[in-house]
Design a protein around this ligand. Structure first.
Ligand SMILES: *Cc1c(COP(=O)(O)O)cnc(C)c1O
Length: 393
């Protein structure tokens, strides 16, 4: 299917469909580890790469390929390479695109496992990382070195929802001879398309909004064929961090409802953020869709909506924050996000609990901070659930 003339709503449902000769309407789930050749000559041709048919599911699988093509279409990219998780996608970028002695410039507020990978594993292989505040263009430029290969950013950041100017950082990366990688997990292509803004590569945790229903692990690296495809497939095919066909099928079907889920969940998040901002026990709300967000204008230039994640600071520190969490009867207490079921997290004692208190304070992760990933429940029910702990009733 040609992807150019269609809107994102259409692409989510239709892009990347490959029908088998049986004519099935829904995308088929090819649960098979290998594929049968018609002859010794065909086997030889496939192994030599002269015939692009399927060989083995660590290499390629028709269901995985349908997911890759649909996601690439949604991101407006030439290709996507699926991985076994979001972390495998980030590791794949490093292993596929970098070598010992090279350097990454990254924004300070990254997903916890990304920080662990960068801080505790890459050093063993001779790769260094320099961190900069995501909104400080001069710091990005100053941190670049002749051996800098990748710039890496998450926008909005977790959990404070700070916004990076993706176009500006892309220009700085390109001037330094580096590639810009954007972790687009918090927005998904239904809200933000980093490649259109100037990024070279998008990484995804498909575990979050792409599945959207909290069922399977998955990930992807998206970008230009020349930049992404060869290095990533060389890594994945030989290192084995491939997406399973079953998980690919689940996420492929998840993509069909991505746009309507993101629209509905964003609208609910905006309502909830507006209500929280007016609540007397809430000191501050971090939500890019609110006019009070310091980078509201930039967020609205880059994103279709403010997204579905709202962070807020309650009056009274950890005790007050934990009271809100412990009084939730509907909202789930879990660190995951991007689900149709709303979830709540206390970052200072969970996702950011291992940071030294002074590092955490410098990063703005205060004891009263809570993060809610807003799902598809009614906003009135979510408000009542949070009000119980906030009002101390
Ligand atoms: C969850 C997450 C990841 C890692 O994805 P997994 O699928 O859990 O490996 C990476 N980046 C961000 C922003 C995430 O939220």
């Amino acid at each position: 299917m040609t992807t150019k003339p269609y809107d994102i709503d259409t692409l989510g449902v239709r892009a990347g469909v490959h029908r088998s000769p049986l004519g099935e309407h829904a995308e088929a789930l090819f649960l098979t580890s290998s594929f049968v050749f018609e002859s010794a000559a065909q086997a030889a041709a496939r192994f030599a790469g002269e015939d692009d048919g399927f060989v083995y599911s660590r290499y390629t699988n028709p269901t995985v390929q349908m997911f890759e093509e649909r996601l690439a279409a949604l991101e407006g990219a030439e290709c996507a390479v699926a991985t076994s998780s979001g972390m495998a996608a980030i590791l794949g970028c490093v292993m596929g695109l970098m070598k010992a002695g090279e350097h990454i410039v990254a924004s300070r507020s990254l997903f916890g496992a990304t920080l662990q990978l960068f801080n505790n594993l890459l050093g063993k292989f001779g790769i260094e990382v320099t961190y900069v505040p995501l909104d400080d263009a001069a710091a990005w430029a100053a941190a670049a070195r002749p051996n800098t290969r990748l710039f890496f950013v998450e926008s909005p950041s977790n959990p404070l929802m700070e916004i990076a100017d993706i176009g500006a950082i892309a220009d700085i990366a390109h001037a330094a001879g580096a590639l810009l990688v954007v972790d687009n997990c918090f927005c998904s292509p239904a809200i933000q398309r980093p490649i259109e803004l100037g990024a070279d590569i998008v990484v995804h945790s498909a575990t979050k909004y792409l599945d959207g229903q909290g069922r399977v692990m998955g990930g992807a690296v998206v970008g230009r064929r020349k930049v992404v495809f060869d290095p990533l497939t060389t890594f994945l095919r030989n290192a084995g961090a491939t997406l399973s066909p079953f998980n690919a099928w689940v996420v492929l079907k998840g993509l069909e409802t991505l746009k309507i889920r993101m629209d509905a969940q964003s609208a609910a998040a905006l309502s909830l953020a507006t209500w929280l901002e007016a609540h007397p026990r809430v000191k501050r709300v971090h939500y890019p869709g609110l006019a009070s967000h310091p980078q509201h204008a930039l967020a609205m230039r880059q994103q279709r909506t403010g997204g579905a994640i709202v962070s807020f600071e309650v009056d009274g520190g950890r005790d007050a924050a934990w009271r809100v969490v412990d009084n939730c009867q509907l909202v789930s207490i879990t660190a995951n996000l991007g689900d149709t079921k709303s979830t709540i997290t206390h970052p200072a004692s969970t996702t950011h609990g291992r940071l030294k208190p002074e590092v955490r304070a410098a990063a703005g992760i205060v004891e009263g901070l809570l993060r809610v990933s807003v799902g598809l429940e009614s906003v009135a029910d979510l408000q009542s659930d949070l009000a119980r702990g906030l009002d101390g009733k």
